[in-house]
Design a protein. Structure first.
Ligand SMILES: Cc1ncc(C[n+]2csc(CCOP(=O)(O)OP(=O)(O)O)c2C)c(N)n1
Ligand SMILES: [Mg+2]
Lengths: 325, 324
């Protein structure tokens, strides 16, 4: 075990993957000497050389499209996009091709590739540097979508994603990169894609969240416990396929559901989760499920960012309303 | 008629003032950032002043520009007010976009600046569209599209220039080749030897200029703007220059040497060179130069004060601008 933050855990995961499997390679802008915008690939060029850690020009469609060609050709590319907001020039490749190759070829093609993207707000930068548009990827059949919120999960899920036979969108919460530390297992530590993680057990209300919002939601749950409210916090960590059973089981016990995400409300995954729970657990529900989310607008500049992002106050207020209602 | 002609003594004084304005503006921004008063990420154009000014000087009032993430210089040279720009950067209601766009999305629509752009190559097709709109309205305004050497390798570069070329649009594409796109050296990331050469493939004029020589940039642009205005179609200019500062504030400069930076700064600085040539030709006196520097320093200081005094943005209408 080594104590690591999320950035270091992902770096370690990449290192393990590169050393354990010759087919693994990294492609992205500034991923070589510079180590990428967030220094996630630090030291890997020096260790594995420029054929396996490939600095590309600014060309997202090229990075992802070439990644697809590599994957179809039997390699295991890990593409880095500098910020989630810069993944849109690659939409055509991701949505038209990466996600569909398997279905289109009835399993004759497989696309074992990972597209890593730092995502989410809280770093003082507007628009493309802070957004959270996971719902677009989750809505696209053929893609898996993974979002760790702890260092051990970051490494474990990354290694599972690299080994997965299907394309995985791997979202890295920027705000947490260096904010949390814990013991991370050495070597090939894997965390299965799919199962959620119960961040905190409780019996009065189920709070479902992921990514950087896990920390806020946990804090809200701690605040609520001071008033005697016992909130369960579930960190989904995989958005596709998401762990329905863990959520259903929890809601059936608590009777209440609040989903927290930083993406805008409309069309966000909160709607999907609330709808699924309503279909499956209607008779267990004691109150209408709620969503605490970002606003239906573009991610703002620093001054308004605290307002945009769900924080402890908004989560606590939503839970209290749910309990009263 | 161009706005200013840096090859004449009167025009040179104006151009020098603008170049100093850009430099001092960027230094002020850097200081605000370092003091924690500006947030997010910050791309400075120190060292690239001659490109912004050489191009903008060749335009007429009413002509349009599209800009990039490194756009403060373009915006100033195209006539923006430093205090209003700083208000935008500092998220004040008096900013060009009411403090909601910030450094990378500043636009001065009334002044013909269609906007900086946080997406690399993001403005290239927009420039083509603006030029098409101008033609459909029967106007003769020209659009200049600034972009970086890194942007030349995004797919949009090709789509935009191809469309402009097949439709003979009045766009001058200006590649500001500051040698790097983040850590990627332009000559490593760009096939074909140069961006300017790619013009051949589209059948449009392409030329490479010394981007640290404001008069060369001006003269080349003037000709490209003339042909665009007279309906002869688009063109591509590649201005060779250099960024002194890191890509953004977090850059550790691992991809280049200090000697390289020092050489550009000490031997090829656009301000030094312009002042040197003006003094040599006798067009401008030392006293005038000192006066310009002093006035600019003061005006930027005042602009900072003015911007700070403006009312900060509030969250009240956060959702108010997503739709009409
Ligand atoms: C589509 C997209 N990808 C990546 C980025 C991150 N990024 C910002 S500037 C930049 C380099 C651009 O290089 P260049 O066009 O040469 O402009 P310069 O920064 O040198 O002025 C990159 C990769 C971005 N803003 N947009
Ligand atoms: Mg560049």
């Amino acid at each position: 075990m080594t104590v690591r933050n999320i950035a270091s855990a992902i770096n370690d995961g990449l290192d393990v993957a590169l050393s354990g499997d010759d087919r693994v390679m990294i492609l992205g802008q500034d991923v070589g000497r510079t180590g990428g915008v967030f220094r996630i690939t630090d030291g890997l060029l020096e260790k594995y050389g420029s054929e396996r850690v490939v600095d590309t020009p600014v060309a997202e469609s090229g990075i992802v499209g070439v990644g697809l060609g590599l994957a179809v050709g039997g390699l295991r590319p890990v593409c880095e996009i500098q910020f989630m907001g810069f993944s849109y020039p690659a939409f055509d490749q991701v949505i038209s091709h990466v996600s569909r190759m398997r279905n289109r070829s009835r399993h004759r093609f497989t696309v074992p590739m990972v597209i890593r993207m730092p995502y989410g707000g809280g770093i003082g930068a507007a628009e493309h540097h802070s957004e959270s548009t996971e719902a677009i990827y989750a809505h696209t059949p053929g893609l898996k979508v993974v979002v760790p919120s702890t260092p051990a999960d970051a490494k474990g899920l990354l290694l599972a994603a690299i080994e997965d036979p299907d394309p995985v969108i791997f979202l890295e919460p920027i705000r947490l990169y260096r904010a949390v530390k814990e013991d991370v297992p050495e070597g090939p530590h894997r965390q299965e894609i799919g199962p959620a993680r119960v961040e905190r057990s409780g019996s009065d209300v189920t709070l479902v969240t992921w990514g950087a919002m896990t920390r806020e939601t946990r804090r809200a749950a701690d605040t609520l416990s001071e008033d005697g409210v016992s909130a369960e916090v579930i960190d989904l960590r995989t958005l596709v396929p998401w762990d329905r059973e863990t959520v259903f089981e929890s809601v059936e016990r608590t009777g209440r559901l609040v989903v927290v995400h930083e993406a805008p409300l409309t069309g966000g995954l909160g709607g999907e989760i609330v709808a699924t729970v309503s279909e499956q657990c209607l008779y267990s529900l004691l109150a209408p499920p709620k969503r605490v989310t970002g606003w239906d607008t573009v991610f703002p500049l620093k001054r308004s960012e605290e307002h945009y992002l769900p924080g402890v106050d908004r989560i606590v207020t939503a839970v209290r309303k749910d309990l009263d209602g | 008629m161009p706005r200013r002609d840096p090859s004449t003594p009167e025009g040179a004084v104006e151009s020098l003032r603008l170049m100093w304005t850009i430099r001092r503006f960027e230094e002020a921004v850097e200081e605000l950032f370092d003091r924690g008063q500006l947030h997010g990420t910050m791309h400075l154009s120190i060292g690239q002043e001659a490109v912004a000014e050489g191009v903008a000087a060749a335009l007429e009032t009413g002509d349009m520009i599209t800009s990039t993430h490194r756009g403060h210089g373009h915006t100033l040279a195209h006539g923006a007010d430093p205090a209003t720009m700083l208000a935008e950067l500092l998220a004040r209601e008096t900013g060009y976009c009411r403090g909601r766009g910030g450094s990378m999305h500043i636009a001065d629509v009334a002044g013909g600046n269609l906007g900086a752009n946080g997406i690399v190559a993001g403005s290239m097709t927009i420039a083509a569209g603006a030029a098409l709109a101008e033609r459909m309205k029967g106007g003769d305004r020209v659009t200049v599209c600034f972009f970086g050497d890194g942007a030349a390798n995004e797919g949009s570069f090709h789509e935009a220039i191809n469309l402009a070329a097949i439709w003979d649009l009045a766009v001058v594409f200006v590649c500001e080749n500051n040698q790097y796109g983040m850590s990627m050296a332009s000559d490593k990331g760009t096939a074909g030897g140069s961006v300017a050469k790619r013009a051949d493939a589209y059948g449009i004029p392409g030329s490479q200029v010394d981007g640290n020589d404001v008069v060369s940039v001006f003269e080349t642009t003037l000709e490209m703007v003339r042909r665009a205005r007279e309906g002869e179609g688009p063109s591509l200019i590649e201005a060779l220059t250099y960024r002194y500062r890191g890509h953004s504030k977090s850059d550790r400069n691992l991809y280049r040497t200090q000697t390289e930076i020092d050489d550009w700064r000490n031997l090829r600085d656009p301000l030094d060179r312009f002042e040197g040539s003006l003094l040599e030709s006798g067009g401008v006196e030392t006293g005038t130069i000192d006066k310009i520097r002093g006035e600019v320093r003061e005006s930027i200081r005042d602009a900072v004060t003015e911007a700070f005094a403006a009312p900060p943005t509030t969250v009240a209408d956060l959702e108010g601008a997503a739709y009409a």
